[in-house]
Ligand binder design. Structure first.
Ligand code: ZN
Length: 415
């Protein structure tokens, strides 16, 4: 019975000379180029004066049944009869990049493994060093955006990221939503200073910079000022999700204060009845099941103040759900602010200040052309990207890693 199989090597332009296994059990496949001649590195002409072969190099290739495979080849060298001094040029083969210790199929496989993973994980899986993985990433993924890939940029997102929780070092993520769904990264800036963002806008080719119609941003003066100066034609939109985070925080502050008060004033048995109310309180009414609704109702009978905070919070969310015009939205939000002031809930005080400062940018959300699904989709994708940034401290590598996450399968998948 024959238990061997024959499989094609699938590397073009080479002839297999010998297959053996070394002491480590790795497959060693010795091959020879079947191509004659190369292009002179100086004059670019086709040259065929054979000069000899270089010493053998070993390149890591795709493993066979999890056994590592090395391709061994002695690169051919050719002499140019035309150039002065008759320089020699090493022949390049289509499946190997200059100075790489791996074959191209191996590197593309590695890149697919790296999508949504980490350098350390891939290095461990393949039993190679972190540096090898980084080297592959550097060879294949540009550390900067290629502007030629864009016809126009309609929307730019500016988001700040604190690299470590509670850390004060911020970087800036610059993104564009791609239709119908998707996102591309334009840059990762090393800080969030206004000047840095200004410099970035200036680095965008004029034709593209002039095509920007909206800049979506956090409520952060540095971003807004930079965008207003450098892309004056664009509307600056503080998106509703950043706003929502701010007023949800106010309602949560009321919850904390009230629960603390109730813990002191209610009997133990009574307090037990409202335990676990935090999660239902955070949900919108539509997302509550009957049990959660009952729990919230009990909580609200003990604390009318909390009911008020919850109602106000949901009223504002409701405003963002409606098809207001910009002016209509401004009226509705101002009326809401009045109700908040009347409520006497001090916890919302800071948010009223936020509305005063940002109302114009906040209500740009209601200008035509936005659908909330679009904004939410964009925002969710940015959130995923932001999460992926934690732990990557090198801004350049971060750009390459996130770009790979976004289109690695497409770029390095099977064709
Ligand atoms: Zn030449």
């Amino acid at each position: 019975m024959d238990n061997t199989i024959r499989i094609p090597l699938d590397l073009p332009d080479v002839q297999i000379q010998e297959v053996s296994q070394n002491e480590q059990g790795e497959w060693l496949i010795r091959v020879e180029s079947r191509i004659h001649g190369t292009q002179c590195h100086r004059c670019g002409r086709q040259i065929t004066h054979f000069h000899g072969v270089d010493s053998a190099i070993r390149l890591r290739h795709l493993p066979l049944f999890e056994t590592p495979v090395l391709i061994e080849i002695c690169p051919k060298r050719y002499r140019c009869p035309h150039c002065e001094g008759h320089p020699t040029t090493t022949q390049r083969l289509s499946w190997h990049a200059l100075r790489s210790p791996n074959t191209k199929p191996y590197e593309q496989w590695l890149l697919r493994l790296l999508v949504n993973s980490t350098i350390a994980d891939v290095a461990r899986t393949l039993n190679i060093s972190d540096e090898t993985v980084l080297g592959v990433l550097k060879r294949w993924v540009s550390p900067q955006v290629n502007w030629d890939e864009f016809e126009s940029i309609e929307v730019v997102g500016l988001d700040e990221i604190a690299l470590k929780r509670g850390h004060r070092d911020y970087i800036t993520l610059v993104t564009v939503p791609l239709m119908p769904h998707g996102v591309a990264i334009l840059a990762i800036l090393a800080d969030r200073k206004k000047q840095t963002v200004v410099d970035f806008f200036r680095s965008i080719p004029t034709r593209l910079r002039e095509s920007i119609q909206r800049v979506c941003t956090d409520m952060y003066q540095g971003f807004v000022a930079a965008a207003a100066e450098e892309v004056p034609q664009a509307r600056i939109v503080v998106d509703r999700f950043h706003v929502a985070r701010a007023y949800h925080k106010c309602a949560d502050a009321v919850r904390k204060h009230e629960l603390k008060r109730l813990k002191q004033t209610l009997s133990k048995a009574e307090y037990r009845q409202i335990q676990g109310a935090m999660w239902p309180f955070r949900k919108s009414p539509d997302d509550l099941n009957d049990e959660e609704q009952a729990l919230l109702d009990r909580l609200f009978t003990y604390s009318p103040k909390l009911k008020l905070a919850y109602t106000l919070r949901e009223e504002l969310t409701e405003i963002f759900e409606r098809n207001y015009t910009k002016t209509g939205a401004q009226c509705a939000i101002r009326a809401w602010c009045k109700r908040v002031r009347k409520s006497g809930l001090d916890e919302f005080e800071s948010f009223l200040g936020t509305v005063d400062t940002w109302l114009d940018n906040i209500t740009n959300y209601f200008l035509e052309g936005w659908s909330s699904g679009f904004v939410e989709g964009f925002n969710n994708r940015v959130k995923v990207l932001k999460r992926r940034c934690y732990g990557i401290l090198n801004v350049e590598t971060m750009f390459q890693r996130l770009t790979l996450d976004l289109d690695g399968y497409e770029k390095f998948g099977f064709t």
